[in-house]
Write a protein that binds this ligand. Structure first.
Ligand code: SF4
Length: 164
């Protein structure tokens, strides 16, 4: 959606509001910076993609995403040619490919999927190890007019509607 350029009473062209897509692109870049900073931290984990943590019913845990993270994930879903979230099977993450057992958006997976490792992979990060990065994600969420993190299926579903 594009906003029209407007003029103030003096006839000076006013700076148009930023479009939804501009806001989204800015958020994508900022969230990816957070992910890159996390990856650069010397915290040893050894995820072998057992995908146990992607089975929410099994673990009793569902990742919560801030709005920026949801936009990154939704953008990756769109890039795969989908406009809607696939139906989740067996209480698993809707982004878990049931045929291959792999994450459909692994390179763009949310922060929680990058920090909440299963015991076999070394366990979750301590909050103090990543508290500053969580604050950055919360700031991006606030800048986007978000209301804080929500469960992955809802967060990504809403972000997909926004990217339409
Ligand atoms: S987004 Fe990917 S890594 Fe995260 S829970 Fe879903 S399938 Fe697993």
């Amino acid at each position: 959606m594009l906003h029209c350029a407007r003029h103030d009473k003096s006839g000076v062209k006013a700076k148009p509001n930023r479009t939804i897509n501009e806001q989204a692109n800015d958020a994508l870049a900022r969230v990816r910076e957070v992910y890159a900073e996390l990856a650069a931290r010397p915290i040893e984990r050894s995820c072998t993609r057992l995908n146990e943590c992607c089975r929410f019913k099994l673990t009793g845990r569902t990742p919560f995403l801030t709005k920026g993270e949801a936009l990154v994930a939704a953008n990756a879903v769109r890039a795969s040619g989908r406009r809607q979230l696939p139906i989740a099977a067996d209480g698993a993450c809707p982004l878990l490919n049931q045929d291959t057992g792999t994450c459909m958006i692994y390179a763009e997976r949310p922060f929680g999927c990058r920090t909440h490792f299963c015991a076999a992979a070394g366990g979750p990060y301590a909050r103090r190890e990543v508290a500053d990065l969580i604050q950055q994600l919360e700031k991006i969420d606030a800048d986007l007019g978000g209301n804080g993190a929500s469960a992955l299926p809802h967060a990504v579903g809403e972000a997909l509607k926004q990217l339409r």
